[in-house]
Design a protein around this ligand. Sequence first.
Ligand SMILES: [Zn+2]
Length: 79
Amino acid sequence: MVTAGELYVLTATVMALVALAAAIPVLRDIARDGRERLREGPASPVDDGDDETEGVRCPHCGTVNEVGYAYCEDCSQAL
Ligand SMILES: [Zn+2]
């Protein structure tokens, strides 16, 4: 004969397993989104764009110089 306590433990265990099974795909999606965001985040292509818009790219060596300079700080050619 199954007692009420054993029935409660069995029910709680089954419910916990069902909840875990339902949560696994969601947790996997969250982990995958987090990894993709980490991969895209620190690459910061935005910073490169800022450098190009705020500076003058040397046509000879490609160095980005600050606006206002007439000669490249790296190769000294006229910008
Ligand atoms: Zn240069």
